[in-house]
Design a protein around this ligand. Structure first.
Ligand code: MN3
Length: 240
């Protein structure tokens, strides 16, 4: 059984952790491009209506997500070794990050990786969709049923104090876990793979839901792309 930690999400399911391939090509060590890029959205701003409104999607992606990318590029400026690495690769080994920029890279790199993943698992027309195949079986095994899993993840996301994220993660031993993290911390840094996430920073829902976080965490279940998530899980366990 291979260690699941060696898999890169890019290999499994496309550019979950977007970075620039061209950044290493500058002369005399000067990067030709900044190492990290903002992945474009795969859908229109209004595609997630009525559950997430167009203005929220636009500001969330074009301003907040973009700012994490810009700030991550700024943080690593002058530090070699980031070129060609994805934010996920970097977050898997926090001790390898130079101490003086470690906090900035955890915060902004987490912001980049978490949002890259967030936009990947959401999409229109997923209302009523459910996990499929091996993932459906694993959810039943570890949580009892889909509805019990849904209840646990909703509770973890809603109950996260302050800003953060709710997650479904896959541990190295193959078990599934519902958890939450504060700020932009990623379960990737704890050796787990991420499968589902709910962003509970206020910027993710405030324009439409104001202080009503539970309404947002209930509505987002209409948007999860279970085909993508189930395929990703199947690939992750196949490679182990
Ligand atoms: Mn966010």
């Amino acid at each position: 059984m291979k260690n699941i930690g060696i898999l890169t999400p890019e290999r499994l399911s496309g550019a979950l952790c977007y970075h620039s391939e061209a950044c290493c090509s500058g002369a005399a060590g000067a990067p030709a491009e900044e190492p990290f890029k903002l992945p474009p959205l795969a859908f229109a701003y209004d595609a997630l209506e009525p559950y997430i409104d167009a203005q929220t999607v636009m500001i969330h992606h074009d301003k907040h997500h973009a700012a994490y990318v810009a700030n991550l590029n700024k943080a690593v400026t002058g530090f070699p070794g980031f070129c060609g690495k994805s934010p996920c690769d970097i977050l898997r080994d926090l001790n390898a990050i130079p101490a003086e920029i470690r906090t900035a890279v955890i915060n902004h790199g987490g912001g980049v990786a978490n949002h890259n993943f967030y936009w990947k698992i959401l999409g229109p027309d997923n209302k009523g969709a459910k996990p499929k195949g091996e993932l459906a079986k694993a959810i039943d095994k570890y949580f009892g049923s889909f509805s019990q899993f849904q209840e646990q993840l909703t509770k973890a996301a809603t109950g996260q104090f302050g800003s953060g994220w709710g997650w479904l993660t896959l541990a190295k031993d193959g078990s599934l876990k519902v958890e939450s993290t504060g700020n932009q911390d990623s379960p990737i840094s704890q050796g787990r793979e991420v499968l589902v996430t709910i962003d509970v920073w206020e910027h993710a829902y405030y324009l439409k839901y104001q202080n009503r976080r539970p309404e947002h965490t209930a509505a987002i279940w209409n948007l999860f792309n279970w085909d993508f998530i189930s395929n990703r899980y199947a690939q992750l366990i196949k490679e182990r």
